[in-house]
Design a protein around this ligand. Structure first.
Ligand code: ADP
Ligand code: MG
Length: 501
């Protein structure tokens, strides 16, 4: 029996083959397995939280089950080794509790690039990977795009700096002026103990964190000092690898021999031993007066997977938030992008009206602005026609529509949850602590965390001025309950859907 990517097919042929006599012992119906696998993923998501799930399991797929072996696939070797070393037991235990007859797991790498490995290579089905035509290659934060091979001995696996992401190409506006100033000071500082240590940037996606970090990296390098830029996944990978080859001490020593350590996307740091090691490394570097620069998608206090002491160490330097890009800043970034493109495509012209339209329409972030420029360029080179407002509108339509996240309002969450549980919205906001009110309140807090971009303190404020620890407690509690109680899990899933449709 085979359950593959095209599940409908797998299910169909499975049924066709079983006939009237039912399935042979030990063989498990495709539909059952498919359902079980979906429950496994749902439970992993609920138990581990959205971030961990998205980092490691979102691309984990079931390829086939036969002879008691469930074969799973992921797109990269990095993910494979990470899941194998950290989560295999957990996935197996969860799968076993959802389906009979599973004895072991195998994780393979799908895709043409995968090196042949007996038992796994035959399972691979080249994953369709429609890369957006002109998507630029900056250092990818997602673990899926981590280095393919092992980190070579004697190297820390630092990521290369993108030549385009410099201070010179960074456009300064109100929302990022402070971050930019701090970055420049840190980069130009030489001699004496580090200034703000660590320097911590946080912002939503596409607001320029990675750009600033690379800018620091270039400037430090140009000044002849030693710098290493690591994404969280590279840090973890380097460390896991060092542990495997028992060179962890050397890895740490090497890390400590540099002047500036830049660490991007630290919200992805997972796993107890890695976190502890991250904490030690941080302490050692800071205590030795080395500059540490860190970026994440949230403030240090909200790095829930990190130990309290590590969080407070991260918060102990200078923490700077980069705000959303206002229209003026978007227009300037767009102009500088267009100019950069014109350097290699001198005939590419975008008039002021089109530029204004794009800067108005693309509100989300710098990444989408860059995507828009690439679309316009593709359009212009393919058709040879000048970029008009009409063509621009068509070219970026999907960026405008799809990338705008569906905004769920906390108020709507409160209203919906209240009505489902027969309480009033003011009950939810009140101090009342009867079970009939506490549960819906906690569910509403959980949904607010999962479905909106609001921070815990902000959610606390919107729930009658509660403390962020109360919200965190509610979130954890519901996460746990969802993992243990399928009825609740379905209920919450339904609420989510109602809110998002
Ligand atoms: P983050 O790391 O915060 O997700 P990035 O640094 O990757 O965001 O930025 C996304 C894109 O937007 C990059 O192409 C970056 O060059 C561009 N960008 C963001 N902010 C600025 C800025 N202030 N000036 C110039 N480009 C910017
Ligand atoms: Mg980034």
């Amino acid at each position: 029996m085979r359950v593959d990517g095209s599940l409908a097919e797998g299910v169909g042929s499975g049924r066709g083959g079983t006939g009237d006599d039912g399935r042979s012992s030990g063989e498990i119906a495709a539909a059952e397995i498919t359902g079980a696998w979906q429950r496994v993923k749902r439970r992993l998501r609920a138990e581990l939280g959205e971030d961990v799930f998205a980092s490691w399991f979102a691309r984990l797929e079931l390829q086939e089950v036969s002879g008691g072996v469930a074969r799973l696939t992921v797109p990269t070797r990095f993910l494979k080794s990470w899941i194998e070393s950290h989560y295999l037991d957990r996935v197996l235990a969860t799968f076993r509790s959802e389906a009979d007859g599973i004895e072991s797991l195998e994780v393979g790498v799908r895709g043409a690039m995968a090196p042949a490995r007996p038992g796994a290579a035959t399972l691979t089905k080249p994953a369709p990977s429609p890369r957006p035509a002109a998507s630029p290659v900056v250092e990818m934060p997602e673990p899926e795009r981590a280095p393919r091979g092992p980190v070579p001995d004697g190297e820390l696996g630092g990521a290369p700096l993108d030549a385009r992401l410099t201070f010179e190409s960074f456009v300064v506006g109100r929302s990022n002026a402070l971050a930019h100033a701090a970055a420049e000071r840190v980069a130009r500082h030489d001699g004496g103990p580090a200034l703000y240590n660590p320097l911590y940037f946080h912002a939503g996606v596409g607001l320029g964190k990675t750009h600033l970090l690379h800018g620091i990296g270039h400037a430090v390098k140009n000044a002849g000092r030693r710098v290493i830029y690591l994404t969280a996944d590279r840090f973890m990978y380097g460390f896991v690898n060092a542990l495997k080859t028992q060179s962890a001490l050397a890895f740490k020593e090497k890390l400590r021999a540099i002047d500036v350590l830049i660490l991007d996307d630290v919200q992805f740091i997972q796993g107890r031993s890695i976190q502890a090691e991250f904490g030690h490394t941080l302490n050692a570097l800071i205590d030795a007066g080395r500059q540490v620069v860190v970026a994440a998608d949230r403030p240090p206090t909200e790095l829930e997977s990190l130990d309290e002491r590590v969080r407070s160490r991260l918060a102990g330097g200078l923490v700077v938030e980069i705000g959303t890009l206002d229209e003026g800043l978007r227009a300037s970034i767009l102009q500088s992008r267009l100019e950069a493109v014109r350097a290699s495509h001198p005939t590419f012209e975008v008039g002021p009206a089109v530029a204004e339209y794009v800067a108005k329409a693309i509100t989300a972030n710098g990444r989408d602005l860059e995507g828009a420029v690439n679309r316009l360029l593709a359009h212009a080179t393919l058709t040879g026609a000048p970029v008009t407002l009409d063509t621009a509108e068509t070219a970026i339509r999907d960026l405008v529509k799809n990338r705008e996240p569906k905004r769920v309002k906390i108020e709507d969450i409160q209203k919906l949850v209240a009505s489902r549980y027969n309480v009033s919205r003011s009950d939810i906001l009140s101090e009342r602590r009867t079970a009939a009110v506490v549960k819906p309140r906690q569910i509403a807090m959980y949904l607010s965390k999962v479905l909106t971009l609001r921070s815990l303190p902000e959610i606390g404020r919107r729930f009658g001025g509660r403390d962020h620890t109360t919200v965190l407690h509610a979130v954890r509690k519901i996460e746990k309950a969802i993992g243990e109680d399928t009825a609740l899990c379905d209920e919450v899933e339904l609420l989510k859907r109602m809110l998002q449709d």
